[in-house]
Ligand binder design. Structure first.
Ligand code: SF4
Length: 472
């Protein structure tokens, strides 16, 4: 095996760009998902090392000398961070010209030629699921024999055949071994999860076909391929031995509730272990399943409501009816399951009126906390194709983040400008959080727990800084 460095490169300050992060940007409050997609091949390559620079606060100057200790470097990139990641790759090659270097991630999976042309420092890119692709490269196999690779031969880019989709997900070794070896769990924060937390995947792919959603359209696919309940329970048991300080486990599958019997089976394994856990869910899980999950340790659901307007949900093929989402939210409240709701402003069909409708909807269903994103047309998604066809992108190209790595409004419509979409995010946050009832709930939560008090105060300061930085 080659000595291999897996690197999530330093980028914008506080940039959360790993695949665990559904929209890759610097957040309103300091947040970091685990670099699980990079940890997975790292678990397949013995003696490798995973460096996750943003949460560790590592700069380019600190990371570049690592190149001297390795024969192979694999960098995870994203559309917003690509230009900066190329500079990191070039700095590594300057430090060690013999270093072999490849990029992974949805951005290079969809645009391998452009990625390889961006810099001679990038020798190859791995398309789609890259776990075993990277292991074979690390074994020293000739690039021409490795499925799923694109690489340069002279001035030409060669695309090897696609790698077969991984069906037996239990072949993937545990990522928590890599977390323990290379990461500090205390470096990872998500505002609505207890700290410290650990997140991992129990399956890949999502059955839904939301037009804006990057991962199923590029890397994961639309079949939910899953690990067995035994395999998941075993990894959680191992993790609990490694990290007794962890307060919560998060299943980062696109939609953990896509397979309800399996979700219940995993819950029934975790319940007797006394594990507190949370997951991504669609707003259509029936009461009976919610109850089983809650009875076996489920604390929180991360739910993509996206919009409070049915036509917009239909436009983006969300596959959710608002009345079902309302019922689901009531059921969760009744069962004591906390919800972090996520919304997107600026989706196709958005108007000033639908923004108003969405804010009213969020206040009505009242998830415990929420997050508001701006519609981000990632390359190779259906929404990007629509945006190109309809002229919704600026002529000079769509920037998904601004110069500080904060989300920007790339789309605009004849009746709704970038600025209106951008400003509506702040209005949404203000009108949701600055209500007496919501403030009282959050104050009560802080009064019950000194740790929560410290944390919410820190997040509050960060949040107000964020609002101020937007010119509030
Ligand atoms: S349900 Fe969620 S994960 Fe699945 S395609 Fe839609 S947005 Fe993506």
């Amino acid at each position: 095996m080659m000595r291999t460095l897996f690197l999530h490169p330093p980028s914008f300050d506080g940039f959360d760009g790993g695949a665990g992060s559904r929209y890759q940007a610097r957040r309103e409050i300091r947040s970091f998902w685990y670099p699980t997609w990079l940890a997975q091949p790292a678990a397949l390559v013995p003696e490798s090392r995973l460096v996750d620079a943003p949460p560790a606060g590592l700069t380019l100057e600190e990371v570049a000398p690592l190149a001297k200790d390795y024969e192979l470097a694999i960098l995870h990139t994203s559309t917003p961070s690509f230009a900066s990641d190329v500079r990191v790759a070039e700095a590594l090659k300057d430090m060690n010209p013999r270093l072999r270097l490849g990029f992974v991630g949805a951005h290079v999976a969809t645009e391998p030629v452009a990625a390889l042309k961006a810099s001679p420092a990038i020798e190859f890119v791995a398309r789609s699921e890259f776990d075993f692709t990277i292991r074979e490269v690390a074994e020293g196999r000739p690039l021409a024999t490795v499925d799923g690779l694109s690489y340069r031969v002279g001035d030409r880019v060669v695309h090897n055949r696609e790698r077969a989709v991984l069906e037996d997900m239990d072949r993937l070794p545990f990522v928590v071994d890599v977390y323990r070896r290379d990461l500090r769990v205390e470096d990872y924060f998500i505002g609505y999860l207890r700290h410290p937390y650990v997140s991992l995947y129990t399956g890949r792919g999502c059955r839904s076909r939301c037009t804006f959603c990057l991962w199923p359209q590029t890397v994961g696919g639309h079949r939910y391929r899953t690990r067995s309940a035994d395999h998941v329970a075993e990894e959680i048991a191992v993790a609990r031995g490694y990290f007794p300080q962890v307060k919560e486990y998060f299943f980062d599958d696109d939609t953990f509730t896509d397979d309800l019997p399996r979700a219940e089976a995993i819950a029934r394994r975790l319940g007797p272990m006394g594990v507190t856990w949370s997951c991504n869910a669609k707003a259509n899980v029936p009461y009976e399943t919610l109850k089983v999950l809650r009875d076996h340790g489920l604390r929180l659901l991360l739910v993509g409501y996206e919009s409070g307007n049915q036509s917009i949900l239909n436009n983006v093929r969300k596959g959710i009816r608002l009345d079902v989402a309302r019922r689901f939210t009531r059921d969760c409240r009744q069962l004591g399951i906390t919800i972090h709701g996520t919304f997107i402003l600026g989706l196709p069909g958005e108007t000033r009126e639908t923004i108003e409708e969405t804010i009213r909807f969020a206040r009505e269903i009242d998830p415990h906390t929420l997050q508001v994103s701006i519609a981000a047309p990632y390359p190779d998604t259906e929404m990007h194709r629509q945006a190109v066809e309809n002229g919704w992108l600026p002529e000079d190209g769509a920037a998904l983040v601004d110069g500080r790595g904060v989300q920007a409004s790339a789309l605009s419509y004849p009746h709704l400008t970038h600025a209106e979409i951008f400003d509506s995010v702040e209005a949404f946050y203000r009108r949701f959080y600055f209500r007496p009832a919501k403030i009282a709930t959050l104050l009560m939560e802080m009064a019950r727990s000194p740790e929560m008090l410290r944390r919410r105060l820190r997040e509050g300061v960060e949040f107000f800084r964020y609002l101020r930085s937007r010119g509030a």
